[in-house]
Design a protein around this ligand. Structure first.
Ligand SMILES: [Fe+2]
Ligand SMILES: [Fe+2]
Length: 202
């Protein structure tokens, strides 16, 4: 399979003069309502948004920054259901049209470097890439455990990662690549997901 149609073929996104511009929560969820029917996809985006917000909080970032990180996660797959072949293009165009902060748009554009051909540069970029696949993977694991996230351990997640038949669609290669780019050991990322994801939908 080739991903040529997904390639964005540019590295600049949005307009620097739009720095700090965001969609309100109502606008963001309204957009998801218009574009996404699949509840699992909504859960995925909310979980990634929550993880990014939690990470920005952990780093001591301002509330504005926490919200910007949240938005990048919340919207990163918004166009995946309706326009899978050109995933990323449509949401980027939409956010550019709505004059949203370029950092948020760049993070979305670089959440799959293999597919979109855009390198993660900022910390927000790198953390979105780092949490994207891992979030879905840990969630899949929680669904097969009798007590969900309760008592989940890093070693249990790692065992499943080695089992190539479990959540086979999750790219182990991307998880390793993203952890290397963020310079954070995968164990640490997994622990963060375990610690925060259970409350992502509260
Ligand atoms: Fe995606
Ligand atoms: Fe995703």
């Amino acid at each position: 399979m080739t991903y040529d149609a997904m390639k964005l073929n540019r590295t600049e996104f949005g307009n620097p003069s739009n720095k700090g511009n965001v969609l309100s929560e109502t606008e963001a969820f309204g957009l998801l309502e218009d574009w996404v029917e699949n509840d699992k996809l909504i859960v995925h985006m909310r979980q990634v948004g929550h993880l990014l917000r939690s990470y920005a909080t952990k780093l001591g970032f301002s509330e504005e920054d926490q919200y910007r990180w949240f938005l990048a996660g919340l919207l990163h797959d918004a166009d995946w259901e309706k326009w899978p072949e050109t995933h990323c293009h449509k949401i980027i165009e939409e956010l550019e049209k709505r004059e949203i902060d370029p950092e948020i748009i760049h993070a979305i554009a670089s959440h799959g470097p293999r597919y979109f051909g855009v390198e993660p540069v900022s910390l927000m970029d790198k953390m979105l890439y780092a949490f994207d696949e891992l979030s879905g993977f840990v969630h899949a694991y929680s669904l097969m455990r009798p007590n969900g996230y309760e008592g989940m351990e890093v070693k249990g997640v790692k065992k499943r990662l080695k089992d190539k038949t479990f959540a086979a669609q999750v790219s182990r290669e991307d998880i390793a690549d993203a952890s290397a780019r963020a310079a954070i050991p995968v164990e640490e990322l997994i622990q963060f997901v375990i610690d925060h994801q259970a409350r992502a939908l509260d």
